[in-house]
Design a protein around this ligand. Structure first.
Ligand SMILES: C[S@@+](CC[C@H](N)C(=O)[O-])C[C@H]1O[C@@H](n2cnc3c(N)ncnc32)[C@H](O)[C@@H]1O
Length: 202
């Protein structure tokens, strides 16, 4: 791996070269499971458009969104919570190789986190694997419709309790987790990338 020789701009330019920074099995998953760099750039710009903030990726996988976001918006801190330990490990390894300091990876279920510790959120349809076999990264987890509904309700409740001005970027989401108190600020990528801002305190 020769990544320390690349500049930030070079790292953020091409999915193919970014994905090659991962072990081969994770590189192969990127097309389906990790955020494309152009989407990461757009979402990071939206989420980081205010004062320095803590941005949480709910289901951070191998860390691609967080790492790209942290490079794009160095004045902000990106956090990733991921339920699969081997993906968190891969994210931490790449963070060290790239020497990025404004990113923090946590292993665990997002339901164990207090969302109030964060300011803004990124969500790439992380719970979908419970509904569709083809959406699964592997067979190491338990999947069910009821788990999907539980996660969606949990996130919806957490987002409802956030203060006015909270931002969420969703990619390929079904929107069920977005409370009505959030207004749609922009829609890009043919409707697949949506930006939301909490518009009231209710
Ligand atoms: C589609 S991938 C997105 C990865 C990353 N956000 C990115 O864009 O590069 C969704 C990830 O969410 C994780 N995930 C799903 N449910 C989760 C939960 N309840 N808590 C933590 N992580 C979860 C999955 O293991 C998977 O790695």
């Amino acid at each position: 791996m020769n990544s320390p020789l690349l500049t930030r701009d070079e790292i953020l330019k091409q999915d193919q070269s970014f994905d090659k920074l991962y072990p081969r099995t994770l590189e192969m998953m990127s097309g389906q499971h990790w955020t494309p760099l152009r989407v990461a750039r757009l979402a990071a710009d939206f989420l980081s458009s205010g004062p320095p903030s803590r941005i949480l990726d709910i289901g951070s996988g191998a860390g691609k969104f967080c790492l790209a976001g942290a490079l794009r918006a160095p004045g902000h801190h990106f956090y990733g919570i991921e339920q699969r330990a081997y993906l968190t490990d891969a994210a931490l390894t790449l963070q060290r190789k790239l020497a990025i300091t404004n990113v923090h990876f946590l292993h665990g279920n997002f339901t164990k986190l207090d969302l109030q510790q964060f300011d803004h959120f990124y969500f790439f349809n992380s719970f979908y694997e419970n509904l569709n076999e083809e959406g699964r990264i592997d067979d190491t987890m338990e999947y069910s419709d009821s788990l999907y509904r539980y996660y969606v309700r949990f996130l919806h409740k957490g987002l409802s309790a956030m203060p006015k001005g909270t931002r969420i970027a969703t990619y390929h989401s079904l929107y069920e987790e977005i409370p009505l108190s959030y207004r749609l600020a922009d829609t890009l990528e043919g409707g697949n990338l949506n930006f939301w801002i909490k518009s009231d305190n209710g």
